[in-house]
Design a protein around this ligand. Sequence first.
Ligand SMILES: [Zn+2]
Length: 175
Amino acid sequence: MASAFGHAFFAATVSFWPSFNRLDARTKWLGIAFSVIPDLDVLAFRFGIPYDHVLGHRGLTHSLLFAAILAWMADRWLWANHQIRRWLYLFICMASHGLLDALTNGGRGVAFFAPFWNQRYFFPFRPIQVSPIRAGAFFSERGWHILASEWWWIALPSLILVLTLWAVNRFLPQG
Ligand SMILES: [Zn+2]
């Protein structure tokens, strides 16, 4: 995993995208929650499920299909009006989790296409310092290294993107 902070920060950025910034606040908060939910799969270790298993860490909950289905269920069940835009936002928030994990320099790859293929993937470029599975290990010196790498590779690009979007919205003629 990247850390929960990195995932949440990225999802918060997505909510500034022009197509999404008019979504209601509840949708935006849910998107941020969606960006960290995939890592609940670390509970699999408690049940003795190995890392490489489809239900193991970075398995099914990190897949694109899981993100698509959860986004669909949330849009369907939590709101009276269904919106493809809301579905897309929630999907991107959750799917971004696996994409960021695939940029980390540790652990196993991400099973983007589970449950059909349990092949694990990384991107060729993996600059993000992997975050430990045990939360306790994060709150040590190692945590600072992780946050520093996420600052450079997630937060800073996200901030540049937000400012660019803001400037485009603000200064370009509308219509
Ligand atoms: Zn993860």
